[in-house]
Design a protein around this ligand. Structure first.
Ligand code: SF4
Ligand code: SF4
Length: 337
């Protein structure tokens, strides 16, 4: 069990699974079968309990699009009342609408997500004028002195825009620019927009080269090529916990609502205390790490296991949808764990 209030925690919160956009690469799925909204009384209880266990506690609002959640202003007020730091990942569209709320309790930073570094690529995925709206959102945040970062998923569509992304980052003077190699989704598999493992490696090297001549830090998000033995990720090191809009705690935000099969839900905060769920997470992560170590020791791993999140998703049975796409570059993920 973790010593109380001696360690920090990033508490990811899905206020709702609503998004005003419908990206094919969205790991939550572009079309949700039901709409969920996190109860604000539950949010208040969760942050109260989490604050008593972790310090500092930082709240992270992620997708669904946090600014599309009707509860966003009240959720920020809850954090302000407790003086809790927060940040968010947003597609940028609704920043102008919510700027007063944002300034009422300024985030440590905001990350504006992109599907491409040109209007053509980004808007093809996110709809007409999305690129302008995203950049306007980033501009508004920057104009108010809020630390602003950007991110871009690298797909077959945006693969040739790494340099353009670096240029954009430097033109805007954002605090950092993150490149994401996105997990395949049923929609991206159908459209054929996923890069192959070999292309992921090449892209990673290109980003590394670009980062060496960029004033703005260019970063590759977790999930890229990282063979065993590797350190435990932030989730399995208990540095981040995610709560979905039903109040459930999945194994990881990366697996929440992702793929097919039963969701790996570890706890439910509508009926359980935060401490109970944290204790169960610790046990589950320790068991999972031990099982993974055994597989490495007996050589029961393949090239897919060099990619931590895809390996993890496969072990949780979340990538079986790829069985319908035998030509897919990650088709090996279709095999069950
Ligand atoms: S903007 Fe983000 S949350 Fe919304 S559909 Fe696209 S990837 Fe998903
Ligand atoms: S999907 Fe698994 S490996 Fe990736 S961050 Fe989550 S827990 Fe860690």
């Amino acid at each position: 069990m973790i010593a109380r209030a001696t360690r920090g925690l990033d508490l990811g919160v899905e206020l709702s699974n609503v998004c005003n956009l419908h990206c094919n690469h969205c790991i939550r799925g572009p079309h949700q079968s039901q709409l969920d909204h996190l109860d604000l009384a539950l949010l208040e209880r969760i942050v109260a309990e989490a604050s008593s266990m972790f310090s500092p506690l930082r709240v992270v609002f992620t997708g669904g699009e946090p600014l599309a959640a009707a509860s966003f202003p009240d959720a920020v007020r809850i954090l302000r009342a407790r003086g809790l730091p927060w940040h968010m990942v947003t597609n940028g569209w609704l920043v102008p609408k919510h700027i007063d709320t944002i300034l009422g309790h300024r985030p440590a930073f905001a990350r504006v997500s992109l599907s491409g570094a040109t209007p053509e690529t980004h808007d093809r995925e996110r709809g007409p004028r999305s690129y302008r709206r995203a950049l306007l959102g980033a501009s508004v945040l920057l104009a108010h002195g809020i630390r602003t970062e950007m991110s871009m998923v690298v797909t077959r569509e945006s693969r040739n825009e790494l340099e353009a992304a670096a240029k954009l980052a430097n033109q805007f003077g954002v605090a950092a620019f993150h490149f994401i190699l996105p997990q395949p989704t049923p929609d991206s598999a159908l459209l054929g927009t996923d890069l192959s493992p070999a292309e992921w490696k090449t892209v990673s090297l290109e980003i590394l080269a670009l980062s060496k001549r960029s004033s703005v830090p260019l970063r590759l998000d977790y999930g890229a090529y990282q063979p065993e033995p590797r350190e435990r990720c932030a989730t399995m090191s208990m540095r981040q916990i995610y709560v979905d809009a039903q109040g459930r705690v999945p194994f990881c935000c990366q697996l929440s609502r992702y793929g097919t099969g039963d969701e790996p839900i570890i706890g439910n905060l509508t009926t359980e205390s935060f401490a109970t769920v944290v204790a169960r997470l610790e046990e589950r992560y320790a068991d999972f790490a031990a099982e993974s170590d055994v597989l490495v020791q007996i050589g029961k791993v393949d090239a897919m296991d060099d990619y931590p999140c895809l390996s993890c998703a496969r072990k949780h049975g979340r990538t079986s949808f790829l069985a319908a796409f035998p030509e897919h570059p990650w088709a090996q993920l279709a095999r069950s764990a």
